[in-house]
Design a protein around this ligand. Structure first.
Ligand SMILES: [Zn+2]
Ligand SMILES: [Zn+2]
Length: 420
């Protein structure tokens, strides 16, 4: 069994006084607190390198932390060691006669599994064993009514992109805590187009990668096509023929590769009854790629739409359908745009590659993929302020877990309150 130090837990009596020392005097970074309901405790993690400090605050009088502080006063509460396979570790310890508090794992903070060893076996220290959560992925569909619109998050399966490229100049020790990398430095992502339904019809905002990718690209991007957009639509008894409009945020393969498919006669529109709404200037850029963006603009994804006569070009920021408005952000690509969904006095925004995941909530965390990073950052900074202050429901197209949520800010820290 290999066990590494994960964190040291400190029971506190007065959180504000503890923060005055650890955060203000020592200058440590405190993450958003997490409540562990079963323990009636609120945990505040302090960033101290590979292993952390955890301040534990009781949230009820019958909390084990309240009992601990009542008996011994505040102080060192437990040491947590991380193991790869917690059930195996517990079996191994039990076989050696080690006294355990938990003989089977139970849920801990942030999706982890935990178990405590009895202090009588550990020479007076409460030892917690922890198994980190697996690289997480949640591919789910869900619907929310939005005034005259109905918004349904669908998906076109998972993929992975290089973590370094996804976080630009942000050093790996910072981003990998939020988005763990695999052995090829890739992070887990998803492709989540948005289905918008109204009296005017059914629109897909972006349409995923589709099924045309060759094996080599499937391997590079970890494209797993076991479940994809057809399955997600089928959950609502819909298929490609039921889509009336496909709107592109931009023409990168992970957003618009699903626009075409290979038929017996070659490449054809994937949605046989749909009009495809494409910003004219984005089409110009995509059909005239250069060395830097050629790998993202795959001509087969969109060029065949033109002879098929299914493209409606438009210019500038317009309302494409009642309640659906596009706004150019630039930054990521010259003409990258986000989509405002406004009805019944409420605003939702499909943020596309402006805020691709919930790990991108800090203003300067823009992607290495962005062609114009300073422009991306300036727009994102304004947008995030607006989204927080006006409580927009934000759709995260590439997040592996969260399809949509409200961005909140507490004590200068941003986090997402998940809705879908
Ligand atoms: Zn893109
Ligand atoms: Zn993308």
């Amino acid at each position: 069994m290999k066990a590494v130090l994960d964190h040291v837990g400190i029971a506190v009596e007065r959180l504000d006084e503890a923060l005055a020392f650890y955060r203000d005097a020592l200058g440590l970074d405190v993450s958003v607190p997490e409540d562990v309901a079963t323990q009636r405790v609120r945990a505040h993690m302090l960033d101290t390198g590979p292993a952390a400090l955890e301040l534990l605050e009781a949230t009820a009088a019958d909390s084990p932390i309240a009992a601990f502080v009542g008996k011994r006063g505040p102080g060192l509460h437990h040491v947590t060691l991380r193991v790869e396979d917690l059930p195996a570790a517990l079996r191994q310890l039990a076989a050696r006669g080690v006294r355990l508090i938990d003989s089977t794992p139970r849920p801990g903070a942030h999706g982890s599994q935990i178990a405590f060893i009895h202090p009588s076996a550990t020479h007076g220290v409460l030892v917690e064993l922890k198994q980190a959560p697996p690289l997480a992925l949640r591919l789910a569909t869900a619907t929310i009514p939005w005034g005259d619109l109905t918004l349904t998050t669908v998906h076109d399966g998972p993929f992975r992109l290089d973590g370094g490229a996804m976080f630009g100049v942000v050093p790996k020790p910072l981003w990998e805590k939020l988005s763990p990398a695999d052995d090829r430095n890739r992070i887990q992502m998803a492709m989540r187009p948005l289905l918008v339904e109204s009296s005017w019809g059914r629109m897909l905002v972006d349409c995923g990668v589709g099924g045309k990718m060759p094996d080599k690209a499937r391997d590079i991007y970890a494209l797993d096509r076991t479940v994809h957009l057809d399955h997600a639509l089928a959950e609502y008894r819909l298929d490609a023929a039921a889509i009336d409009v496909v709107l592109a945020t931009h023409l990168h393969f992970d957003h618009f590769g699903g626009a075409t498919m290979r038929g017996p006669q070659g490449l054809v529109p994937r949605f046989p009854n749909a009009r495809y709404l494409i910003r004219d200037a984005e089409w110009e850029d995509a059909t005239h790629p250069h060395e830097r963006n050629r790998a993202s603009y795959l001509q087969d994804d969109f060029v065949p739409l033109l002879p098929a006569g299914v493209v409606d070009f438009y210019t500038g920021d317009i309302t494409v359908k009642p309640g659906v408005r596009v706004v150019r952000t630039g930054g990521h690509t010259g003409q990258h745009q986000i989509v405002y969904l406004e009805s019944g006095g409420k605003t939702a925004v499909f943020a596309a590659d402006l805020v691709p995941t919930t790990s991108h909530l800090q203003d300067p965390w823009v992607m290495g993929y962005d062609l114009f990073p300073m422009e991306a950052m300036a727009f994102k900074k304004r947008f995030l302020r607006e989204a927080i202050d006006r409580e927009y429901l934000v759709f995260f197209e590439h997040d592996p877990l969260v399809a949509a949520g409200f961005i909140r800010e507490r004590e200068g820290k941003r986090f997402v309150e998940q809705v879908l």
